[in-house]
Design a binder for this molecule. Structure first.
Ligand code: PEP
Ligand code: MG
Length: 328
């Protein structure tokens, strides 16, 4: 199997009906970037910048951050990288930052984390914004904000970047060749406000790990719940389908970066819903590229329409049978 995936490394993932699916990978450490060449992924759809903060004993200085971002872009060798601003706090608490909040956060996943923390500790956000802008000098910079739950949070976060950009311009510093901003859609409330936000976004990445836990009110880290909530449940698929329709006809580039996309049947379902960009764990890239090449998007799209309108007793069983019948 692994050998046959290796053969797919240089092969672009087109479906049987000629749709190009972007198969990107998730990363978090400088060394992960080597997996781009090894897997043949299209790029890094989610670079979790907080890893650097989590493995560090003190808050990483701006210069050190900028060097890391530059190294990542250089190592990516022209492939796209989407940097997610820090998603720390909550359960990913840092000894040098959030000791006072850890005690308050009884539900860390829903607590003072990610953008909520970064916008208040704006020194942290400013330093990261500047480090990204400096590190990406001469490159396209893709910035993604985590845990956005209302449009104003995106505006506030982008403001921080705009201010740093203005400052760099006064210094005549070399700037990124282009800057694209996007959000993670992982808090359900944002889905209701997408129409307001879409014109300001270049891309959206659905974070199905957090989205699922918030939709079902089910802690993603609790093994007692792991079997209970299925990514293939009709409620999730209907939710995602609404997001896809809301983005139709807009310029925004919509994708999924949760673990869901790295699983066979789940990826099939996502393609059936109209998702054309997946960012997944590097280990799954070969398998998902292989799957893409067997799929006809019209066939799975029609099947998915039928299941969403009238959900089968068990979506997983239905999809499995469908995949088998279509030699997938
Ligand atoms: C997600 O929530 O789906 C996601 C991709 O981000 P993380 O797993 O880092 O929370
Ligand atoms: Mg998340």
């Amino acid at each position: 199997k692994q050998a046959s995936y290796a053969k797919l490394r240089e092969v672009e993932p087109f479906t049987r009906d000629g749709k190009r699916i972007n198969v990107m990978m998730n990363a978090g450490l400088r060394d992960d970037v080597a997996m781009l060449a090894m897997t043949g992924a299209d790029g890094i759809g989610l670079y979790r910048t907080e890893f650097q903060f989590l493995v560090s004993a003190a808050l990483p200085q701006r210069e050190r951050q900028a060097r890391l971002y530059r190294d990542v872009l250089e190592a990516a060798n022209g492939k796209k990288v989407v940097f997610r601003t820090v998603d720390i706090g909550g359960d990913k608490s840092l000894p040098y930052l959030s000791s006072e909040t850890a005690k308050l956060d009884e539900n860390p996943a829903m607590g003072w984390r990610a953008l909520r923390l970064a916008l208040e500790r704006d020194g942290l956000m400013k330093a990261q914004a500047r480090a990204l802008l400096e590190g990406a000098a001469g490159y396209e910079l893709n910035v993604m904000f985590p845990m956005v739950s209302e449009p104003w949070e995106f505006d506030a976060a982008k403001d921080v970047f705009d201010q740093q950009l203005a400052w760099l311009k006064t210094r005549k510093a070399q700037l990124p060749s282009a800057i694209r901003y996007g959000v993670m859609l992982e808090v359900p409330s944002l889905a209701e406000m997408l129409d307001q936000l879409l014109p300001r976004l270049s891309f959206i990445s659905i974070g199905t790990n957090d989205l699922t836990q918030f939709l079902f009110a089910a802690d993603r880290a609790n093994p007692m719940l792991a079997e209970r909530y299925d990514w293939l449940s009709p409620s999730i698929l209907r939710f995602l389908s609404r997001v896809v329709s809301n983005c139709e006809g807009e310029q925004v580039d919509l994708g999924v970066c949760g673990e869901m996309g790295g699983r066979r049947l789940e990826a099939l379902a996502l393609i059936g819903l109209g998702i054309r960009r997946l960012s997944i764990t590097p280990a799954a890239v070969g398998q998902i590229k292989e799957l893409v090449r067997k799929v006809d998007t019209r066939e799975i799209g029609d099947a998915m329409d039928g299941w969403l309108a009238s959900p089968p007793l068990d979506m997983r069983v239905a999809l499995q049978a469908w995949a088998k019948a279509h030699s997938i």
